[in-house]
Design a protein around this ligand. Structure first.
Ligand code: HEC
Length: 189
């Protein structure tokens, strides 16, 4: 018990008698000996701690075949420029169709003409892919939207339709685009 009094007494003396900013009993707790992020050090030749990403690192949201931002101008530009890197082979379209039935059909219907199983009023006005009349954002109707427009809408979403970039890979989105383009020519007759 006496020891505790003695330590308390010493602490009191130290803290009262030191006119400076206070005595550091355990400086390592205040000034970590480990390297601080972005701090300087003597280990690396450039003497900075922040390291470059390892070779081959892919930045989040990076797409290797689509370089357009989430804006109307970029959407229009994507429609004019973007090219689907996947050819419209039977196999690719078939894959697009399978993905479409998993990710789109419930809102857009089996043939992209509405009537999906989701009937919440928010989704009551899904545009028909083969609509040739009502003008969309690029001033053309749905059935004339280009691959880049469709890919952009899938990637960034549009109003009630959410973005699908986290659910579908770049390749899957392009394959769905191929199938949507098939449906743009769909006619019920
Ligand atoms: C939750 C329901 C929902 C899902 C799921 C959905 N969509 Fe949509 N989609 C909509 C609605 C609603 C619109 C109309 C948005 C608007 O014009 O405000 C739309 C619009 C579109 C358009 C027109 C975009 C434009 O540029 O005008 C395309 C193309 C499209 N969807 C394709 C797809 C594809 C392909 C999928 C599957 C990957 C999909 N959508 C999934 C509801 C959905």
């Amino acid at each position: 018990m006496n020891k505790i009094y003695l330590i308390a007494f010493l602490v009191l003396i130290c803290s009262c008698s030191n006119p400076g900013p206070g005595y550091e009993f355990m400086p390592n707790m205040y000034r970590s000996p480990s390297l601080e992020t972005y701090g300087q050090n003597s280990y690396f030749s450039d003497s900075l701690n922040a390291r470059k990403p390892v070779k081959g690192t892919i930045a989040r949201n990076y797409l290797s075949t689509f370089y357009y931002e989430n804006s109307l101008e970029e959407y229009i530009r994507a429609g004019n420029e973007a090219v689907n890197p996947f050819e419209g082979s039977e196999e690719n379209i078939e894959e697009g169709k399978k993905l479409y039935s998993m990710f789109c059909k419930h809102c857009h219907g089996e043939f992209g003409a509405g009537g999906g199983s989701i009937n919440h009023p928010v989704y009551s006005a899904v545009p028909h892919y083969n609509d040739g009349k009502m003008l969309r954002r690029p001033n053309v109707p749905m059935n004339q939207l280009k691959a880049g427009h469709i890919f952009h809408s899938l990637t960034y979403g549009l109003n009630a339709m959410g973005p699908h970039s986290s659910q579908l890979s770049e390749e899957e989105r392009w394959k769905i685009v191929l199938y949507v383009q098939e449906l743009q020519n769909y006619s019920a007759e």
